[in-house]
Ligand binder design. Structure first.
Ligand code: PLP
Length: 424
């Protein structure tokens, strides 16, 4: 099977026919992935931020099975169903009061595409087609589709590969003020000046609240987000917050924008929405934005085949019930305290540039890029699944990870980085 995989199947950002084998996972339960040889390793990544309750969760399995026996899918054009209505109601209840309209889609990237369309159509439907750009941030990441790529970091994103065909947007300096750092107005100066200069052509600002994820795993000050929000109001520019990675408790608040007490015009969620069971995302917005989009008889121009897939919505309903009925915040804050205490040991290694922790997110930034082919088997030998990128060894474990399991993860990180340092 591995040979077939190597020859025929493409994996994320990987060459076809790669020189190293994929790790073959046979099954998964709790926080453990079971490999082909029967070895069980702890998933430190929650399958890229999504599997917050762990794998093979009875309540989610039951929700899927029950919905399967009713209908796994039905088109959403002209049709509606209980799983979607229930999920929309929960999302509206748990997010900011002003967010009252929900658009369901298939993935985080598509939720961003929909958010961008909402922003452009909001202005164009009202006769303002001059507002055709987005103000985004360096080190941001919003997905891999074309609209989403056009607002990702232009240097580490894929702009050079797709330069000729990407929509040209405007970029402000990445948030430079760390989470606990004292505020200084110079941190917002670049953003403020770009907005002042270009606001007439800017439809919306987009950013990941508090944590810039795949663009560099950077954790920044809530004050920065507050300033961005205030400036968007002042210049009459919409604010899109992308909580695809940070949503549903990951940072210690249900949504990361709560750290700053701001209110987005448009909000993207995905990943953990279904507890990582299947692909589903949503874009929420306000009555005001939808009224703008629908001015002069227009409608929002999007409609995927699997929009509001009933199976995915049912699992999302079960996942949100499980989350909201659990002491999720206590768990996430306990993980945060343990990560801070245990990852601090990495600071003693010369190769480590910085250790950062917020909620159930731990980042060890090295002063050189990792060697994935060398590191992956080392982590597996240490009983954990961790997938670093560039110079970042980072984790976002499931919220149900026990103290002992988390210690195994942090010890593995320390041991493998130490060995990496010695081997270079
Ligand atoms: N937005 C953010 C902040 C993300 O972290 C990601 C994925 O990592 C996306 C959007 C894209 O989501 P998806 O991979 O589901 O398309």
């Amino acid at each position: 099977m591995l040979e077939y995989d190597r020859e025929h199947i493409l994996h994320p950002y990987a060459p076809s026919n790669p020189s190293i084998d994929m790790t073959f996972v046979r099954s998964a339960r709790g926080v453990y992935l079971e490999l082909e040889d029967g070895k069980k390793i702890i998933d430190g990544m929650s399958s890229w931020w999504s599997v917050i309750h762990g794998y093979n969760v009875e309540a989610l399995n039951n929700a899927a099975a029950e919905q399967l026996s009713k209908m796994s899918h039905v088109m959403f054009g002209g049709i509606t169903h209980e799983p979607a209505i229930k999920l929309a109601k929960t999302l509206i209840d748990i997010t900011d009061d002003a967010l009252e309209r929900v658009f369901f889609s298939d993935s985080g990237s598509v939720s961003v595409e929909v958010a961008l369309k909402m922003a452009f159509q909001y202005w164009s439907s009202q006769g303002n087609s001059q507002k055709s750009k987005i103000l985004a941030f360096y080190k941001g990441y919003h997905g891999d589709t074309f609209g989403a790529m056009s607002v990702c970091d232009p240097v580490t994103g894929m702009h050079s590969v797709f330069e000729k065909i990407l929509h040209k947007n405007i970029f402000a300096e990445a948030p430079g003020c760390a989470y606990d750092e004292a505020w200084d107005d110079r941190y917002i100066a670049d953003f403020a000046s770009k907005l002042e200069q270009h606001h007439r052509e800017i439809a919306a600002v987009i950013l990941e609240p508090i944590v810039q994820g795949a663009g560099g795993m950077r954790i920044y000050s809530p004050r920065f987000l507050k300033e961005v929000s205030a400036l968007c109001d002042a210049y009459d520019v919409l604010l899109i917050l992308d909580e695809v990675a940070t949503g549903f408790g990951r940072t210690g608040k249900l949504f990361a924008y709560e750290h700053a007490g701001v209110s987005p015009d448009i909000l993207c969620v995905g990943k953990a929405l279904t507890g990582g069971y299947m692909s589903l995302a949503a874009t929420l917005t306000t009555k005001k934005v939808m009224a703008g989009v629908e001015s002069n008889g227009n409608v929002l121009m999007h409609g995927p085949t699997f929009m509001a897939n009933p199976l995915a919505c049912s699992v999302a309903n079960a996942s949100l019930a499980l989350l909201l009925d659990s002491p999720w915040q206590q768990r996430v804050l306990a993980i945060e305290a343990q990560l801070k205490a245990e990852l601090a040991a990495c600071n003693d290694l010369d190769i480590v540039k910085e250790v950062r922790v917020l909620g159930a997110i731990g980042v060890v930034e090295l002063n050189r890029d990792v060697d994935l082919a060398w590191m992956t088997p080392k982590f597996i030998e240490n009983g954990v699944w961790i997938r670093p990128f560039l110079n970042l060894v980072y984790i976002m474990p499931p919220y149900v990870t026990s103290r002992e399991e988390l210690t195994q993860i942090t010890q593995a990180i320390h041991a493998v980085i130490k060995e990496f340092e010695a081997s270079r």
